[in-house]
Design a protein around this ligand. Structure first.
Ligand SMILES: [Zn+2]
Ligand SMILES: [Zn+2]
Ligand SMILES: [Zn+2]
Length: 133
């Protein structure tokens, strides 16, 4: 079997659709391809809480701590100077790319939707999984 080429935007991939959090993006891509229907509810792999899929990115953004002037991501321990940068970073935990027939395909790890460009996948995470009421 040929090697699957994947691209992560952060070291740790968070995939609530399969309840996984870790460095193995290949495993995530393969599991997402098996996903038949996007889940309404997902389980946060960080804290085990059940969260509505449309609010998952919002939920994940709560996994941070403020230390001095920095915001520290609880998932990967990266530090950020402001909330805006941190929020952008959180979305990057939820997008991975896979090389297929010479083209990069981008996945949302919350619902498994595919995108032809990274930007669209990140916008999707913002609009579809960061819904505030
Ligand atoms: Zn959580
Ligand atoms: Zn992080
Ligand atoms: Zn999605």
């Amino acid at each position: 079997m040929s090697q699957v080429q994947v691209q992560k935007l952060t070291k740790i991939v968070v995939c609530p659709a399969i309840g996984y959090m870790g460095e193995d993006a290949v495993k995530v891509v393969e599991a997402l391809r098996q996903l038949s229907t996007p889940p309404d509810k997902v389980k946060c792999p960080k804290c085990g809480q059940e969260v509505e899929a449309r609010k998952f990115a919002l939920h994940l953004s709560k996994h941070c701590r403020v230390g001095g002037k920095n915001i520290v991501c609880d998932i990967c321990n990266e530090k950020f100077k402001d909330m805006g940068k941190f929020l952008r970073h959180v979305r990057e935990h939820l997008v991975i790319g896979v090389l297929r027939n010479g083209m990069w395909v981008w996945y949302c790890t919350v619902c498994g939707r595919e995108f032809t460009c990274k930007r669209s996948a990140l916008v999707h995470v913002l609009k579809s999984h960061e819904v505030e009421e």
